[in-house]
Design a binder for this molecule. Structure first.
Ligand SMILES: *[C@@H]1O[C@H](CO)[C@@H](O)[C@H](O)[C@H]1NC(C)=O
Ligand SMILES: *[C@@H]1O[C@H](CO)[C@@H](O)[C@H](O)[C@H]1NC(C)=O
Ligand SMILES: *[C@@H]1O[C@H](CO)[C@@H](O)[C@H](O)[C@H]1NC(C)=O
Ligand SMILES: *[C@@H]1O[C@H](CO)[C@@H](O)[C@H](O)[C@H]1NC(C)=O
Ligand SMILES: *[C@@H]1O[C@H](CO)[C@@H](O)[C@H](O)[C@H]1NC(C)=O
Ligand SMILES: *[C@@H]1O[C@H](CO)[C@@H](O)[C@H](O)[C@H]1NC(C)=O
Ligand SMILES: *[C@@H]1O[C@H](CO)[C@@H](O)[C@H](O)[C@H]1NC(C)=O
Length: 379
C-alpha cells in the first residue's frame, strides 16, 4: 500500500486517528468550556443541561444527568455541633486548595471565589441577574466544599429573620473556636483604608484573607448604629428583614418586584433583606463606610472574604426559593441589566451569567429550579 512499510502506514493511521480525536476533543472542549477548569464541575453535563434549559439542541446527543439526590438545606442552628465544626473546617480548607487558574494573582480556591465576586461585580448586583447569579455562586461554593474539602453535612443557611429583634445576640456570632463565626474584636486595623477591628474570636480568629491585599478578616459591628434606628434610614435595622419584610417580599407579583423588595429599592426606608446584614458591619462583609476614597473602592465586593457571606446569601436564596414555590412563579424572570437603570427591562432567562472561569457560564433558566440537575437541592 503506497509502497510504505505497513508499520509506517499503521503508524500514520494511528497518528491521524489520534489527531482526529484530539481535534474533536478540542471541539468538545471549546463547546463545553473555555478557560480555567475546576475539578468539581461536570462540564459536558453542564453543557447539555444549559442547552436543554433554553431549548437548544443538546451537544453530541448528550443527555442531562439526573440528581443522585435532592439535598435539603437547613438552618444553621439545626446542624449538630460536629457538623458546624466540620463546616468551619471545610471553609478554611479552601484556603489550602489551588485557585485552578481562576485568580492568578491570588493563589487559593478561597481567593478564587472572592476574586470572581469582585470581577465586574456591577454586572450581577443591583439588577435582575443578582439572585440567579448568587444562587449559582453559593451552590458552586457548596460543591467545592463537598468535592474538594469533603464537607458532608447539609448546606446551611442563616435565617437572620429569626434574629431580627436581637441581631447582635444571634448565635451565629458565637466566639466558640470550633463553631462560631465570631464577632468583631478589639484591635483596630486600618489596611490602606479598610478600617475596623480584626476578628479575634470564633473559628476564624486571626484568619488572613488576601483580596485585594493580605489582611486580617475585619469587621466593625458598631457601624450599624449610625444607621439604626434614628439614622438616615429612619427605620429600625431589624425591621428591614423582619417576618413582615419577608412576607412583603414574598407577596411580589413579578420577579423584578421580588428583586426590588430583596434589595430595598421599593422603599427608601429599607436597606432590604439582602443589604442589611452587609451594612450591619463594615470591613470585609462590606458596609458602606470603608471604601470611599481608598484603593479598596474598585473592589468593594470583597464580601466573600467573610465566611458569613455563604450562610447569609443562602438565606436570601431561601427567600427567592420560597417565592418560586407560589403558583406560577417558578419560571418567572424579568428586569434590568444595567444596575443603574431600573427602567431597563432587557434581562432574559437565556442570558448567560458570568463566572469568570469558576465553572461554565450558565443560562439563567438553568438556575431557576434548584431541584433540577445540576443544583439538586431544596429547602
Ligand atoms: C465529546 O464529549 C462527549 C461528552 O463527554 C463524549 O461522549 C464524546 O465521546 C466526545 N467526543 C470525542 C471525540 O471525544
Ligand atoms: C425555561 O425552562 C422552562 C421549563 O423547562 C420552560 O418552560 C421555559 O420555556 C424556559 N425558558 C426559556 C427562555 O427557554
Ligand atoms: C468585564 O467587563 C468588561 C466590559 O464589559 C469586559 O471588557 C471584560 O472582558 C470583563 N472582564 C472579564 C474578566 O470578563
Ligand atoms: C425564619 O425565622 C422566622 C422567624 O422565626 C420564621 O417565621 C421563618 O419560618 C423562618 N424561615 C426559615 C426559612 O427558616
Ligand atoms: C486609614 O489609613 C489611610 C491611609 O492608608 C488614611 O488616609 C486614613 O485616614 C486612615 N483612616 C483612619 C480612620 O485612621
Ligand atoms: C467602627 O464604627 C464606628 C461607627 O461607624 C466608628 O465610629 C469607629 O471609628 C469604627 N471603628 C473602627 C476601628 O473602625
Ligand atoms: C461614601 O460615599 C457615598 C457616596 O458618595 C456617601 O453617600 C457616603 O456618605 C460616604 N460615606 C462616608 C463614610 O463618607
Amino acid at each position: 500500500m503506497l509502497g510504505l512499510p505497513s508499520f509506517v502506514f499503521i503508524g500514520l493511521v494511528v497518528a491521524q486517528a489520534l489527531l482526529a480525536v484530539r481535534s474533536v476533543q478540542a471541539d468538545n472542549d471549546s463547546l463545553y468550556h473555555n478557560g480555567p477548569r475546576v475539578p468539581f464541575v461536570d462540564y459536558p453535563g453542564m453543557a447539555a443541561a444549559s442547552a436543554q434549559a433554553i431549548g437548544e439542541p443538546l451537544p453530541y446527543g448528550q443527555h442531562v444527568p439526573e440528581c443522585k439526590a435532592v439535598k435539603k438545606r437547613v438552618e444553621w442552628r439545626t446542624l449538630t455541633y460536629d457538623q458546624k465544626k466540620d463546616y468551619m473546617r471545610a471553609i478554611k480548607c479552601l484556603q489550602n486548595k489551588p485557585d485552578y487558574g481562576i485568580s492568578p494573582q491570588y493563589p487559593t480556591l478561597y481567593d478564587a471565589f472572592v476574586w470572581v465576586h469582585t470581577t465586574n461585580w456591577t454586572d450581577y448586583h443591583l439588577n435582575a441577574w443578582f439572585m440567579p447569579w448568587h444562587r449559582w455562586f453559593v451552590w458552586i461554593h457548596s460543591e467545592a466544599m463537598e468535592k474538594v474539602c469533603d464537607y458532608s453535612g447539609p448546606v446551611p443557611y442563616w435565617n437572620y429573620t429569626a434574629d431580627y429583634q436581637n441581631f447582635l445576640e444571634s448565635p451565629i456570632f458565637s466566639s466558640d473556636p470550633n463553631i462560631g463565626f465570631g464577632s468583631h474584636g478589639n484591635t483596630a486595623v486600618n489596611v490602606s483604608g479598610l478600617i475596623g477591628f480584626k476578628v479575634d474570636n470564633g473559628a476564624f480568629a486571626n484568619m488572613k484573607v488576601n483580596i485585594p491585599v493580605t489582611h486580617y478578616l475585619t469587621r466593625n459591628f458598631s457601624a450599624w448604629k449610625t444607621l439604626d434606628p434614628t439614622g438616615q434610614y429612619g427605620v429600625a435595622f431589624g425591621e428591614t428583614f423582619s417576618p413582615a419584610a419577608v412576607a412583603r417580599a414574598l407577596s411580589s407579583n413579578k420577579f423584578s418586584d421580588l428583586e426590588a423588595a430583596i434589595e430595598g429599592f421599593d422603599n427608601t426606608l429599607h436597606l432590604g433583606i439582602h443589604n442589611s446584614p452587609h451594612f450591619f458591619s463594615s470591613g470585609d462583609w462590606t458596609g458602606p463606610f470603608w471604601t470611599n476614597n481608598t484603593q479598596w473602592f474598585p473592589q468593594i465586593a470583597v464580601a466573600p472574604n467573610d465566611p458569613i457571606f455563604w450562610i447569609h446569601h443562602a438565606y436570601v436564596d431561601q427567600v427567592f426559593w420560597s417565592w418560586q414555590q407560589k403558583p406560577g412563579k417558578q419560571w418567572l424572570f424579568n428586569g434590568n441589566i444595567p444596575w443603574d437603570d431600573p427602567t431597563d427591562n432587557s434581562a432574559k432567562a437565556t442570558d448567560r451569567l458570568p463566572f469568570f472561569g469558576l465553572g461554565p457560564n450558565p443560562p439563567i433558566n438553568l438556575t431557576l429550579k434548584t431541584e433540577n440537575w445540576p443544583m439538586c437541592y431544596t429547602y
